[in-house]
Design a protein around this ligand. Sequence first.
Ligand code: NAD
Length: 513
Amino acid sequence: MSRRKPSTSQLAIVDRNGEADGRQIAKKDRKLSFGERWTYAPAPEASNYIKLRDRYQLFINGRFVAPKSGEYFDSINPATEEKLTEIGSANEKDVDLAVKAARRAYKTVWSKMPGRERGKYLFRIARLIQEKARELAVLETMDGGKTIKESREIALPFVAAHFFYYAGWADKLEYAFPGRKARPLGVAGQIIPWNFPLLMAAWKLAPALACGNTCVLKPAETTSITALHLAEIFQEAGLPDGVVNIVTGAGETGGAIVNHSDIDKIAFTGSTEVGKRIASATAGTKKKLTLELGGKAANIIFDDAPIDQAVEGIIAGIYFNQGHVCCAGSRLFVQENVFPTVIRKLRDRISTLRVGDPLDKNSDIGAINSRAQLDKICELVDSGLKQGAQLVQARARLPARGYWYPPSFFTGVTASHRIAQEEIFGPVLSVMTFRTPEEAIARANNTPYGLSAGVWTDKGSKIFKIVNQLRAGVVWANTYNKFDPSSPFGGYKESGFGREGGRHGLLPYLTLS
Ligand code: NAD
């Protein structure tokens, strides 16, 4: 909840019965009526069988080893603020060992292995991920705060699918780029964020390995656990030692990877701010670079769109995974004549979203990943209020412990507001209006980012006209947030460069001659 109390004219609360729709409800009344509301009985996913280690070590050269520094940091369950375990903090020496192991494995085994053999390992890894999907999904939810619905039904199947997909490419590289010889680059340093921990690991590792590279991967400091369980899968699959190394730690560990002189390729997914730093650190070196950075996607709704379907798309676009999605449809542009209808339906719909225990199968919105991220969301919401926008928030009884934010949207937003320009990375939508397609395009493109966008209209011709003018790497039409391993993903402008997924996703890990 925003810590600055909005004035009543700036805050509207909507509840599950829709009774409060359009009314201003004083903050003191919120607690009174919620308990009387009808809701589902709790349906928590079992987690008592999950075996968390007291301490997680680094994974270097096929073994789990203690960090040279002897230092560990806590990993917290963001839904309860309880400490789950301790994670090793890798320093420059550990990163150096990991790079040396990766180089050795590259020279002696992996780059020499025929593609069809590499493919077999990747298929085996994919199958093991499927076998352990339930356990991995629970771990991902406990560690990161995302709902079990998402980790079990979306993230894990997609992680396995990614390994299956690139396993299929391993022996077909000569057909992927006909007439050209494809060679691996060497050692890839890969740094990933916390919003989709296993999925981002799969996006990085699967294509790199399929192409014959070896890897040093660094997960985000708040979500390292599942990457280390993935390392166990690599052991079980018999992946040769050193082909994948996982070093855990914060920004300094990432910096040690970026600055290591024997790395051939850096693949980074994370914030634009850190991405810019990495771009300048690697400039003038031999390192190839791809950057998958932030976004501020526009979802555009025309008056001829199927409005109910579009509202579901908005919900999926911004409230999915607590809004912790780089391609989240965080700006909504609504054609002026359907604005009241869309807003009414949106208010009704957010009032039905259940915020709470991420392990509960009925929860739609889980926990915010960390205190720092919650602070960032609150700060940006406060800025929206200070700049005069109106906030609509679902009435949600937020658990007493943990990091939570109710589904919210702003109206009265102008292009110059920070909430229209900066990535909030939380369940907060900025709604604006437009009159003509030209205005929609101009306003949608008016951001430093260019990762994704959505268009909702009944007219195919309008879709083609709009999508060709939107400066975004991915544009969905009459749907949102749909992914497939065979489809490339990536941005323009300050959203980065390079593509992950599909045949295009092989290119960052190859030299072609
Ligand atoms: P972040 O940039 O703070 O951290 C990302 C990773 O970089 C973490 O592992 C972190 O430890 C590491 N890191 C931090 N400082 C570093 C440094 N100086 N050198 C090297 N590594 C460093 O981002 P975040 O908060 O973890 O993730 C959220 C961001 O990621 C959002 O901006 C989101 O849009 C973006 N993201 C983009 C995509 C995409 O495909 N474009 C996908 C997911 C997330």
